[in-house]
Design a protein around this ligand. Structure first.
Ligand SMILES: [Cu+2]
Length: 190
């Protein structure tokens, strides 16, 4: 009887110790969602400027969702195509290269595969010189992985002079928004 009691006590103490050490040595959980941002500048002489914030969080299914919030001043009123382009470079805006699309068929043509690129977003609409964009994408991540915006050469937003029609008739010139109005390199926040 005494032996059984002692064994039970030892087991209980071991369990308790395991719990306490588990709490003490558990990895600290991340302090919040990963965040990134971009300052947006004009590609030409027009006084376009803005900011964008990106927030990554896991969805209920475990897929990562990236919320994008963008505020831009100085665009002509109306819709303008917005995409994430494949290189973190804005000088000149053409150096941001084509649309972010790291898959097996990616990087073959800036517009040819449109609107199937991972970096394709919805249009931003400017009214009285101010445009807001609210979008959520599961096509890109901020964290490491095959669709991370922070691959070897980073990524940048490009805002186009015209509306992105999403090319319903195939690859016609300018259907993805045409020339480049503004650009912003995307940086991971600390
Ligand atoms: Cu674009």
């Amino acid at each position: 009887m005494r032996i059984r009691f002692s064994l039970g006590l030892v087991l209980l103490l071991t369990l308790l110790l395991a719990c306490i050490s588990g709490i003490a040595f558990a990895d600290p959980t991340p302090s919040g969602p990963l965040k990134a941002s971009a300052d947006i500048f004009s590609c030409g002489d027009n006084p376009v400027e803005g900011t964008a914030r990106l927030f990554e969080r896991p969805s209920e299914e475990g897929v990562k969702e990236v919320r994008i919030r963008m505020l831009v001043r100085g665009l002509t009123d109306g819709k303008h195509g917005v995409h994430i382009h494949e290189t973190a470079s804005c000088e000149p805006c053409g150096s941001a290269q084509g649309h972010f699309d790291p898959g097996p068929n990616g990087n073959t043509s800036p517009d040819g595969n449109h609107p199937f690129h991972l970096g394709d977003l919805v249009n931003i609409e400017s009214k009285n010189g101010v445009g807001f964009l609210h979008a959520t994408s599961t096509r890109v991540t901020l964290s490491d992985g095959p669709i991370s915006l922070f691959d070897g050469d980073g990524s940048a937003f490009i805002i186009h002079d015209n509306e992105d029609t999403f090319c319903p008739d195939g690859n016609q010139a300018g259907c993805a928004g045409g020339s480049r109005a503004a650009c912003g390199i995307i940086y991971l926040d600390d």
